[in-house]
Ligand binder design. Sequence first.
Ligand SMILES: NC(=O)c1ccc[n+]([C@@H]2O[C@H](COP(=O)([O-])OP(=O)(O)OC[C@H]3O[C@@H](n4cnc5c(N)ncnc54)[C@H](OP(=O)(O)O)[C@@H]3O)[C@@H](O)[C@H]2O)c1
Length: 501
Amino acid sequence: MVKKIDPCTLVLFGASGNLSRVKLMPGLFRLDAAGRLPEHMAILSVGRSEVSRDDWLADIKGMLDAKFKNGYDQKVFERFIARNHYFANASDDPDAYKKMSATLGDAKIFPQNFAYFLSVRPTDFAPVVEQLSEVGLLNESQYWRRVLIEKPFGTNLPSAQDLQARLTKHLKESQIYRIDHYLGKSAVQGIMLTRFANAIFEPLWNKEHIDHVQITNNETLGVGERTTFYDATGALRDMMQSHLLQTLALTAMEKPADLKPESIRAEKVKLLQSIRPVDVSNINKQAFRAQYKAGRVCAADGHGENVQGYLEELKRDGVDSSITETYAAVKLFIDNPRWQGVPFYVRTAKRMHEGNTAISIRFKKSPMQLVEGQHQNWLTINIQPRECIKLEIESKIPGLDIATRTLSIDAPQRQKEDETIDSYETLMLNLMEGDPSQYLHISEVEAQWRLVDPIVKAWAADKTPLHQYTAGNRDPEESSVIFETKDQFWRYSIELGGDKH
Ligand SMILES: NC(=O)c1ccc[n+]([C@@H]2O[C@H](COP(=O)([O-])OP(=O)(O)OC[C@H]3O[C@@H](n4cnc5c(N)ncnc54)[C@H](OP(=O)(O)O)[C@@H]3O)[C@@H](O)[C@H]2O)c1
């Protein structure tokens, strides 16, 4: 269903930054090409350097040329370019925001509903909001005013609450759109639909039938040039605090009363708040961390590539030692009647043998063990790189003897003719539509930090050198310490035989 969007202006702070160049500007162009931007819609790019409109439009053309190598429709391009304007928000000009207000005040060019996308450094989120407020640009007395806050929302619970307190001096909760771009992914949105639109899953989706759940995000990439950011952040805060806990919430939450944003978010909040805090006095049985050392990974062109270890990469950038994890695995329990006692293993790592994001659910042993070595069923919802649902079942091997083997029923969710939509496109559209269901409520952000903070603290206090795993390999053997039972193991590839069967 196509929702109506009011005439509006998207004010893009940080328009000359990396995210804007690679994702946001091309994403807006694609929305325009798909006919999803309202006729009366303008884009005001805000950067800190002085750039003329003509130069900015030429810069946008460069961004589109770089993204759409096969070219694009000239008519759409002209329409898109006509929507675009630039404002230089010089940091040394005390009147910059007054000037921005005057610019935006021209209603002939800029429709007066404003959506601000803050694609700036996290330390700039609150100052930008405060200055917009000071010049009246957040006032909703006549038109709506929404603010999208990029990730991360704080670096721990106190800083998230501090940011929230600064924002809510000027904004109502309904005006704040906290992004987790995972929630814009079609396959992540599909988790809820798969669960609730199919009558076969719900009766099995509980502690009676499920042995455990694994939520995985593995990458073959290393830290690259982002050593300073990464070393201050680590795998737990970078990936688990938001993306993976959100994936867990969608996997485990109760059915919302309806598809209204507030109903979905209420169920996610309830679920996140019912996750039992990790017992830090016993952390070594509940969480495992490690760092990659030099090894060989499969490069994008399919060939092997020798790569440095994390500590070597840091040394290159002048840092001598680090206990920041590039591999994090945590065992979580949900204290509610549906999930009591079922472990949820959440893991994320860089420089693994394979890049993959998936939810893998292992069912309990069948009540009848007919043949030796009978495997348990697995259901995998694969999010990337291939969007698919796989169900592994046991089946008789045709022949004289009674023996079974595992078959995999593979349902690709993406078919040839399906559109590929970047998560930022969905999220920018939702922002303009006023639909916050794929954005985070502050209660979700707080619940996520409450879970992650104690682990971060415990790990920071433990100065013992980290386990090292070879880049390009599978999970370090030692990580199995967090499994509840001896027969549990990390699920690797989604392909049959790709695990430890
Ligand atoms: N890049 C990604 O893929 C990605 C992914 C997830 C989240 N994020 C988040 O998205 C945000 C932007 O990331 P990025 O990689 O694009 O950062 P970036 O390349 O550093 O870009 C930030 C841009 O914001 C500009 N800026 C700073 N303060 C401003 C202000 N008051 N008014 C107007 N422009 C201002 C900067 O201009 P100057 O250069 O003049 O300072 C810079 O061009 C960050 O919060 C980041 O955490 C990015």
